[in-house]
Design a protein. Structure first.
Length: 260
């Protein structure tokens, strides 16, 4: 047991870093793919910061890196000084703005003195504002698409979660307690209708108008027949208006759920 406890922390850290790297990769790949689509040359695609521990160059000249500090990543475009997309000394005069991610009108003539027309054509800092905005926005958009894909995959694989008709708690002096309902009971029939979801119990109680409910529960491997008379209660709706409801006084078991 002690060994298992000692292993939990490193396993948790490793899982967190692995998940973080996936999110970072998708985010940076959004910037990267949009830049490539709009004709911007990408010099470096790095997962992690610091000293590279693995690197290779693809056929378009982009250097792919896996760095030692796995706490983020960046894409370095042609003409960038660093991961923050500041213009490099080779393409920026001293009078150029500190950051040129969205340079002011007129800066383009000063940034990139000495660059050829071909180099300007693939430089991030000389692309139109809409193109730079699209490249910057592509990272968050990629993460949003990832989130949608994950939830869609989970829904397709498992379906929608629902609460099973298992009693988790019984209120003191409630209709359910007086009828003999116990925590752990699985309600399987209400007034002759088969029950497989907790919300079906709620529907039956709401429609009862206070009439007695004939309920069958599974308990200890056998069936138990109970008669429960819902009690009337007055609560407020979301607008503060008083409404009358019927209650049994039970709560569902949070650990009893299925998928549909």
């Amino acid at each position: 047991m002690e060994l298992q406890s000692l292993l939990i922390f490193p396993i948790t850290i490793a899982a967190f870093l692995a998940l973080l790297m996936i999110i970072v990769f998708i985010h940076e790949y959004g910037h990267f793919s949009m830049a490539r689509l709009l004709g911007v040359r990408v010099d470096v695609f790095s997962i992690g910061f610091g000293k590279p521990i693995l690197r290779w160059v693809d056929r378009k000249g982009t250097e792919w890196r896996i760095a030692a500090l796995p706490l983020g990543g960046y894409v370095k475009f042609f003409g960038d000084l660093n991961a923050a997309s500041q213009a490099s000394p080779e393409v920026a005069k001293a009078s150029a703005p500190a950051t040129t991610q969205f340079p002011k009108p007129g800066d383009a003539e000063e940034v990139g003195q000495g660059m050829t027309a071909e180099e300007r054509a693939v430089c991030f800092h000389f692309k139109p504002v809409w193109a730079r905005a699209a490249i910057v926005a592509a990272g968050p958009v990629a993460n949003f698409i990832l989130a949608v894909a994950i939830f869609a995959s989970l829904f397709a694989a498992f379906g929608r979660q629902y609460a099973e008709p298992v009693v988790g708690s019984v209120l003191e002096a409630s209709a359910a307690q007086e009828a003999g309902v116990l925590p752990g009971d699985r309600i399987v029939v209400v007034n002759g209708r088969s029950i497989d979801k907790f919300r079906q119990i709620q529907d039956a109680v709401s429609l009862s108008s206070g009439d007695a409910l004939e309920v069958t529960v599974l308990r200890g491997g056998g069936e138990v027949e109970l008669t429960i008379v819902p009690t009337r209660a007055e609560i407020e709706d979301r607008y503060g208006n008083p409404i009358e409801v019927w209650q049994l006084g039970i709560g569902g078991d949070p650990n009893a759920y299925g998928f549909e």
